[in-house]
Design a protein around this ligand. Structure first.
Ligand SMILES: Nc1ncnc2c1ncn2[C@@H]1O[C@H](COP(=O)(O)OP(=O)(O)OP(=O)(O)O)[C@@H](O)[C@H]1O
Ligand SMILES: [Mg+2]
Length: 346
């Protein structure tokens, strides 16, 4: 089985250290980005059965009406969380996310080199020395997978994601991303790792004094892309997320959903093979969340591995993706085509 990683010299001055680069599962990246290949991501999406940009409707505009979902309280039981059909699952046919159900998608082969590998990872914050945020976590995420990370507030979701981006360093164990053990990675290599990981956060993290265009362009400027590439790629990706008409607006002139689409555009403009999303729909209502999820689903179907923390039960139950559930820093469930599961209000 061929490795999913390429050993590629990263951009930068000669003599710089190299880092293995992640390669998307279905959409191998070009070594050198030129203005001509700005459509590569979109072409890959097309090959994967995703509409071409011209045919991509505004994901928000076409969101159907949102059905009322009654508040439910679930109780954790030791026996049934993984297999019992959740009440959320029973509502699949009514869910706005049903159209994104992955049931028909071919299973991603879990072979070869994982994109992300945790081996007995423990994370202890100095402020809480007796209560590990993550405790002996082991998991593998393979190229092309879409993985939901779920669990109560404080269960360790964000901590897990921040280990992948090396915002945090594990206290013990190994976190391996792009073939690199991040627990041993020297700080000067971190920027090269992060070029390969797009990030989307609940609070968008846009620069308020830059326009939509400038926010997205900035991500490319930071990694030294030539102006010609930026000029070609930024409008292309903004068209993909349905914001071509808003490029000259500032973030505070946009709705929350539009701002999040800018942040998705910024995360994917460099076509990273791995996208890490921490509650990207946490501040959005369900109809707007659907538009964001359509984008993330499309990006995933074009080959990008997506790891997403969420509290959105309806979304998880409807989309039938892999679900990793955390409780108090432990993985308590890892399920293919899973549901959100049974959690009480703790
Ligand atoms: N900077 C920090 N210093 C000390 N403890 C922290 C820090 N950040 C998180 N924690 C603790 O680590 C545990 C896991 O937190 P984390 O933010 O990963 O949870 P989460 O699952 O993302 O929660 P939420 O759903 O509320 O975002 C919690 O007990 C939290 O209090
Ligand atoms: Mg969190």
């Amino acid at each position: 089985m061929a490795s999913h990683f390429n050993s590629t010299e990263r951009q930068g001055s000669e003599g710089e250290e190299t880092i293995e680069s992640l390669t998307p599962a279905a959409a191998p990246q070009a070594e050198t980005v030129t203005a001509d290949d700005t459509g590569a991501f979109l072409a890959a999406a097309d090959l994967a059965g995703v509409p071409t940009p011209a045919a991509v409707p505004d994901p928000v505009a076409e969101a159907p009406e949102v059905p009322e979902v009654p508040e439910e309280v679930h109780v954790v039981t030791a026996a049934d969380p993984a297999d019992a059909p959740s009440e959320g699952a029973a509502q699949v046919s009514e869910s706005v996310y049903s159209s994104l159900a992955g049931d028909d998608a071919p299973a991603v082969p879990r072979t070869g080199t994982p994109t992300v590998s945790f081996k007995n990872v423990t994370l202890i914050y100095p402020a809480q020395p007796n209560k590990p945020a993550l405790d002996d976590v082991s998991l593998d995420i393979y190229p092309g997978e879409f993985v939901f990370v779920v669990g109560h507030s404080g269960s360790g979701k964000s901590s897990l994601l921040r280990l992948i981006t090396r915002e945090l360093k594990a206290s013990s164990g190994q976190v391996i991303v792009a073939g690199q053990d991040l627990t041993k990675m020297r700080n000067k290599k971190i920027p090269y790792l992060r070029r390969q990981i797009g990030t989307v956060y609940q609070d968008f993290k846009l620069l308020p004094d830059k326009t939509v265009y400038e926010n997205v362009a900035f991500a490319l400027e930071c990694i030294g892309k030539p102006r010609s590439v930026i000029k070609a790629q930024v409008p292309e990706v903004l068209r993909l997320v349905g914001l071509a008409e808003r490029m000259n607006h500032f973030p505070d002139q946009l709705s929350g959903g539009e701002q999040q689409r800018v942040s998705v555009a910024r995360a994917m403009v460099n076509r990273p093979p791995l996208l890490v999303c921490d509650e990207p729909t946490g501040n959005l209502d369900p109809a707007i969340s659907l538009g964001i999820m359509k984008l993330l689903d499309m990006i995933n179907r074009a080959g990008t591995t997506v790891v997403m923390a969420t509290h959105d039960r309806e979304m998880v139950d409807s989309m039938r993706k892999r679900v990793i559930a955390l409780e108090a820093g432990h993985v308590v469930r890892d399920q293919e085509r899973g549901g959100y599961g049974y959690y009480g209000a703790l």
